[in-house]
Design a protein around this ligand. Sequence first.
Ligand SMILES: [Ca+2]
Ligand SMILES: [Ca+2]
Length: 267
Amino acid sequence: MKTEKRLLATMLSVLCIGAWPLTSHADSAITLAIPDLAAERSLPMTLNGDASVRDGALYLTHAGGDLYGSSFYAQPVSLFNNQSFSAHFSFQITSPTCTRGLGGDGLAFVIHSNSSMSKAYGQGLGYSGLSSSLAVEFDTFENGVYGDPDNNHIGINLNGDARSIVTAKAPFFLNDGVPYYTWVDYNGATKVLEIRISDGIARPSTPVLAHTVDLSGVLKSDVFFGFSAATGSCHQQHLIKSIYFHKDFIAEGIDPVQNEYFTDRSK
Ligand SMILES: [Ca+2]
Ligand SMILES: [Ca+2]
């Protein structure tokens, strides 16, 4: 009897000791964590169209006319929990070429379920025509034909349609060369998609855009996530500088300030 008790106690202590590193690991492991592209030797992302990696950033386009570029995480990811996800990234749009700070055309955070890419330049922002897709666009050029409210807005776009289902006025001039920090969070249980943006690295408490949308009929189970951008007659450079993505909803959002995330290699 004594031996059995001792054995049980030993087993319990082993289980408890084993639980600590597992809990800590789960807290900080996310699908992809790239805090600083300048520190990356090889990016686990595809490069399409004009996209390139140089000078410590992912350039979706350089400042040339009529270009498209996109970059997606090379492995398909399963959004197993009702399409829930949380993403955080920083971007910078520089060198707009038209008068009064106007530049074309903007960039988008994109999740899609396709094997081929969009080649849409100009107002198509590099995602137009992608079926089974969600795009959160940061649009710096007004195209009335697609219902753009102005030349500095954020929009939610489904299935490659460049006409947004909802837009919000951007609280900053998106192409003024300042790095902006963005959070995109989707809770598949409530179907609420929230977008936050800041000129600092602390996550704002209030979203700039929150919208209820059922992504279960939009995205398939396996998806690719990444970014696209395009230029037209007006152009500018579109840069991504950090990328975080998790294949489930994180209620407080991804917090690059307080947490040291690392990429989950167990997929
Ligand atoms: Ca536009
Ligand atoms: Ca738009």
